[in-house]
Write a new protein. Structure first.
Length: 302
């Protein structure tokens, strides 16, 4: 089945055979990520142009990672809450995030003080978070065509309150943000998902988030990355120069062939030749690149 991309919600979607395999790479990595503990997996893909590649791989990854918490019955979670600990909650319209300020069970319908006061029976899911979010509430993201295709619509509430949040994308942020405006859809479905919804990058308006976006120009200041980051996508030559400094279990390098600069490819090959052990994408990951895309994979000791 071909997938389609539209540049934005107002644009006409275009079907293409390369979209599905790029998305699938992220999903396959997500399902294999826990195997890479002592050795880091590095995947390099060479594409005719970098547009959408990192965002699609990242979307495939977030679709493939399970929620960090499965049990999200609101009342039972809140009854165990400690004062001032941080929680996320979800109702029909909003994601709510903030410090727990108390649970009132003196009435027939218990209410919780969490970035406001909420009837617990109106909450679909609640989960603790390790740190506060940038904002206390945001509109609930809605899933569509791709969510149904991949099955994440069945646990979307759990994903919103307890996301894996283990993805970092590094590149030119303006370009990545442009890519995230694209809408991904299955076949002729008219309710596709924006890449922003599938990736939910952390911003100043986030009450929940799936990924972090960093500018390659200031990425050195973000190192070392948090221990819970499992995949780092280095989008383009300006980011791949940090390859030796990134210690996450999985790294994907997106090499843009439209730019006449072979330094990134040379760095990847040098690392593979000096420290790497080959990793067969087809037999070990179950993934084969589509026409026009070249790929190699290897592992190095962490």
């Amino acid at each position: 089945m071909l997938l389609s991309l539209a540049e934005n919600p107002e644009s006409t979607p275009v079907r293409s055979a390369w979209i599905g395999p790029i998305l699938a790479l992220g999903t396959r990595l997500a399902r294999k990520a826990d195997q890479f503990v002592e050795r880091q997996l590095i995947v390099a893909i060479s594409v005719p142009s970098r547009e959408y590649a990192a965002a699609l791989i990242g979307a495939g990854w977030t679709l493939g990672r399970p929620p960090a918490q499965v049990t999200t019955d609101p009342l039972s979670v809140l009854q165990r809450a400690l004062p001032r600990s941080h929680f996320r909650a979800l109702n029909a319209t909003h994601v709510i995030s903030g410090p727990f300020r108390g649970l009132d069970e003196s009435h027939a319908r218990p209410r919780v003080a969490l970035a406001g006061h909420w009837a617990v029976d109106r909450l679909e899911a609640v989960a603790p978070v390790l740190e506060g979010d940038p904002t206390d509430r945001m509109p609930r993201p809605q899933i569509g065509s791709i969510g149904r295709m991949t099955g994440v619509d069945r646990d979307w509430a759990q994903r919103l309150v307890a996301p894996a949040a283990d993805l970092v994308i590094v590149g030119t942020k303006a370009w990545i943000n442009d890519d995230l405006e694209a809408v991904l859809a299955r076949a002729d479905d008219r309710d596709g998902d924006s890449l922003t919804t599938l990736l939910l990058p952390r911003t100043e308006k986030s009450a929940t988030w799936f990924s972090r976006l960093y500018s390659s120009s200031g990425f050195a200041d973000q190192l070392p990355l948090p221990d819970n980051v499992l995949l780092t996508i280095l989008d383009g030559q300006g980011s791949i120069k940090y390859l030796n400094d990134v210690l996450t279990p999985v790294v994907v390098c997106v090499i843009d062939r439209s730019i006449a600069d072979e330094s990134a490819a040379e760095q990847v090959v040098q690392l593979r030749n000096s420290r790497g052990e080959p990793h067969a994408l087809a037999s070990e990951l179950g993934w084969t690149p589509s026409a026009g895309i070249e790929a190699l994979a290897f592992t190095v000791e962490l």
